[in-house]
Design a protein around this ligand. Sequence first.
Ligand code: GLN
Length: 527
Amino acid sequence: MQPRFIFVIGGVLSGIGKGVVTASLGMLLKSAGFKVTTIKIDPYVNVDAGTLNPKEHGEVFVTADGGETDQDIGTYERFLNQDLSKDNSITTGKVYKEVIEKERSLYYGGRDVEVIPDVSNEVIEQIMKVAKNHEITIVEIGGTTGDIENLVFLYAARSLMQQYPSIAIIVSYVPYLANVGELKTKPTQHAIAKLRETGIEPYLVITRSPLPLDDIRKRKISRNSFIPYDRIIDASDLPNIYEVPILFKKQQLLEKVLDGLNLKKNEANISKWEKRVEKMNNAKRKVKIALVGKYVEGEYKDVYLSVREAIKHASIDLNVKPDITQISSFDLKLSDLKPYDALVIPGGFGSRGIEGILDAIRFARENNIPLLGLCYGLQLSVIEFARNVAGMDGANTTEIDPKTPYPVIDILPEQRDLIAKKQYGSTMRLGEWVAVLKEGTKVYDLYGKKEVSERHRHRYEVNPIYVNDLKKAGLVISGVSKDNNKIVEFIELKKHPFFIATQAHPELKSRFVRPHPLFTGLIISFM
Ligand code: GLN
């Protein structure tokens, strides 16, 4: 298969939604019948996102094959409705780790190993590993033009552009200056000039701005930066990110990109997508969902991104408008939870803020408020049940209290060693694992099948020693892992409208056009 490349490069600022732009373009190309994939390059030196603090990084997305990646991989999957692999995520650390390992094994035959060409060749190799099986590979290069960190990636992009039909797209910020009442294009002109210094000529400019890019500004970029007028595409802020492909389609982005890649024009059929966006925007009935967690305030934006998107996806078919509030579990007042139709308890780590979450879980259990627990959400639901229903006073997870009298959540046996050796990077129980569901449970009914596969990211599990006692006290184990370890994967309560928790992260498999049954079930339970 002849690979073709689209490089998406940032201008002026990072964090302006290059991921959504990349995902939207990918979705359009896929709808036009092309075999497409998307790669995210993160210039940080970490090997993957797994060890990054949520404050630093937002959500860690987990791929089916267990990669701990940037949240953009999640955005791509949600838009493309396609599983990606850990190979679709490349970092400086991952590239250098490989180069250094090769050097140690005399791969380079004892000569000097240099950034150009050895590191750049490794980048190319890692890109080609994914690209060779696809017609079009979109590579989003993190950061902006002018950064030191992404230079080697831009060099690799340029080399690939010489070898294969390719285009580069610069996604650039156009700020609005309130005092003059105008969008300003100068920073974008500079960003384009900076990109040209690397030898890369942008084929298209996509502008991100708070207001639609007007004709005068478009002409200005075109004239001053020598970019044809019709190759300047407006991607101004929209209330709903799923409208971006529609905005692009209106501006014939697909046709322009195919032109640039010397591909014959195929029509993209996105009517199903458009209908869903319309439904989403027109839904009137509000449902109020509280996400009670510890990573909520200030810098923690985006830690629960996939959970929020999963709630949105599930709402579409049910014709409801989700009003999602992230509630911090620190100094939580239970009366704050009263206005909500349902609670979602997301994943997390460590002891800070946990007692507040346990109070919220108890409140939901005792007051028949629908609750969906995800990963730590399952573990904390089990702790709450053990303490307040099964009479296990002081029950806890050994993650928080290694001396608890009732370690109802305990470390997975294979994890003990890894932690002792401080081997934290990509060593959790990661990726997709199959669970076998128990017939007659709510979880079984929601999935409508006996075996389900969900993504995971954890080191602890429900302690098998306590499973029988918990069951006797009324906890329903609705599913366990299919492997010999029989890890508790799903729990639920009988006399409750909806109290379900899973050791997995089902939010990671929810897609815009394919909502997840657990999220759909949660909303239906109170409608
Ligand atoms: N801290 C818990 C564990 O490691 C839960 C992890 C999570 O919520 N992703 O098992």
